[in-house]
Ligand binder design. Structure first.
Ligand code: ADP
Length: 252
């Protein structure tokens, strides 16, 4: 469903991405890992058509993300790390606005809004201004907006960052329920999340792919996922994420 081949992104002489390749079969959840600055967001921005690669290709459902940008965007839902929400709009108003933007036919809009409200459990704050919601509630609204057009592919950039443990459980359940029919790429710093959700894992470091594997296979090869991440990203010029410090073998 998603094919990335030889993706390179140069900023001047600096390679944010250097020949990155991986694929995600339909119906799988890919965990996309790497230290800060590794190139995760750059890859996601290319996949979602926000920026163009310097060279290499990415296709979604067989369509090139650069030459078929509009068609590709119709097929994907994107939840960026900081969810773009209008804080002075009520949840219902914002989602009605999203439904119009996504060109959901007028007679289907109400049904579709009810569908996202149910999936994301928005009823308790349906008519509240987005600005007063908790971070977890805002994330559910962002998720609802991302799935409004029932996309085949979901791209989620650190969807549980900054959430409390209960909110994390809620968002993971949401992702899991959606995964049954969709293809998902999920970037995260929480290795526990990878084990809880993902079938495949790609690790990038300094713009290069250093692992592309099934989750159990990578864990078995290195002993566990924390060790795999640590060993494959050693030499990174930035600190490793919380939960993988020396001597910390807990699941976070
Ligand atoms: P990650 O999401 O893995 O933390 P990014 O994809 O955001 O990493 O960034 C990868 C590298 O590219 C970083 O070194 C970052 O500073 C650099 N970078 C990202 N965007 C730009 C830009 N517009 N101009 C120059 N360098 C950039």
């Amino acid at each position: 469903m998603i094919e990335v081949a030889g993706l390179t992104k140069l900023y001047g002489e600096f390679a944010a991405l250097d020949d990155v390749s991986f694929s995600v079969p339909q119906g799988e959840i890919l965990a996309f890992l790497g230290p800060n600055g590794a190139g995760k967001s750059t890859t996601m921005k290319i996949l979602t058509g926000y920026i163009s690669p310097t060279s290499g290709t990415a296709t979604i459902g067989g369509l090139d993300v650069t030459s078929h940008s509009i068609e590709v965007r119709r097929r994907i839902g994107y939840l960026p790390e900081t969810t773009p929400l209008y804080y002075d709009m009520q949840v219902n108003e914002f989602l009605a606005f999203t439904a119009r933007l996504r060109k959901i036919p007028r007679d289907l809009r109400e049904g579709r809004m009810g569908w996202v409200a149910e999936i994301c459990d928005l009823e308790p704050f349906w008519k509240k201004p987005i600005g007063v919601l908790s971070r977890g509630q805002k994330q559910r609204v962002g998720f609802a907006a991302a799935i409004m057009h029932d996309p085949e592919v979901l791209i989620l950039d650190e969807p549980t960052a900054g959430l409390d443990p209960n909110q994390i459980i809620d968002i993971r359940a949401l992702i899991r329920s959606f995964a049954q029919r969709k293809t998902i790429i999920l970037s995260t710093h929480i290795l526990q999340e990878v084990k809880a959700l993902a079938t495949k894992v790609v690790i990038i470091n300094e713009g290069r792919t250093v692992a592309d594997s099934d989750v159990p296979e990578l864990s078995t090869r290195f002993g566990d996922l924390e060790k795999a991440f640590r060993e494959l990203t050693v030499g990174a010029s930035v600190p490793v994420p919380a939960g993988v410090e020396d001597g910390d073998s807990s699941d976070g």
